[in-house]
Design a protein around this ligand. Structure first.
Ligand SMILES: [Mg+2]
Length: 200
């Protein structure tokens, strides 16, 4: 079970390592320009902490990973992006409870981020996936990948209601939300790894 978590986090780290400059570039248009570097640092610290965390209990393991990321990232993005990682510890079986995990993640992001759907944030990736899975017990991996990409692309036309972008004259319209994009990369790695494990 922990192997799944470790593979997913490692794959996310590798993906973000490739893409962090693009994420920084988007954040230069909307925020303070460091989102890619920040999430990269968070995942790097997470991967480097594997061996120092007790690996018998996924709940404990993912709580520690979440805490490591939150501290390494700092700020609002550290708080909001580490929520999903802590929740994933509760995933006891590969085929169950992903809906609960997404639901709890969404509730906590809404509360701590004071953010709603359509505000141009990471929520705009989590919520469409939750809605889709709630209505589709069986899903095709390709459909999930496409839904994640479509959800991220929709943040491009949204006006920012949260973060620094809300103070821009453009409200960030025309630019993809970097947090939504990095979240989408991490979620795609999650569903890919789930798919791999299910196919073993
Ligand atoms: Mg920043």
């Amino acid at each position: 079970m922990i192997n799944f978590h470790k593979k997913w986090i490692k794959n996310s780290y590798v993906k973000i390592k490739d893409e962090y400059q693009l994420l920084d570039k988007l954040d230069q248009e909307l925020g303070d320009g460091d989102h890619g570097t920040t999430i990269f640092r968070g995942l790097e610290h997470a991967v480097n902490s594997f061996s120092s965390i007790d690996q018998n209990d996924p709940i404990h393991f993912m709580k520690e990973i979440s805490k490591t990321m939150r501290i390494a990232m700092g700020g609002a993005s550290g708080i909001l992006m580490s929520i999903f990682f802590a929740e994933i510890g509760n995933l006891q079986k590969l085929n169950s409870s992903i809906l609960d995990i997404l639901n709890n993640t969404i509730i906590k992001i809404k509360k701590r981020g004071n953010v709603k759907v359509g505000d141009k944030s990471i929520l705009d990736v989590y919520v469409p996936i939750f809605n889709y899975l709630e209505n589709n017990n069986q899903y095709q991996i390709d459909n999930i990948m496409k839904l994640i990409d479509d959800s991220v692309n929709k943040t491009k036309i949204m006006e920012a209601k949260v973060g620094r972008a809300k103070f821009l004259e453009t409200k960030g319209v025309g630019v993809i939300d970097p947090g939504a994009l990095s979240t989408s990369m991490i979620l795609k790695e999650f569903f890919k790894e789930r798919n791999n494990e299910e196919n073993i």
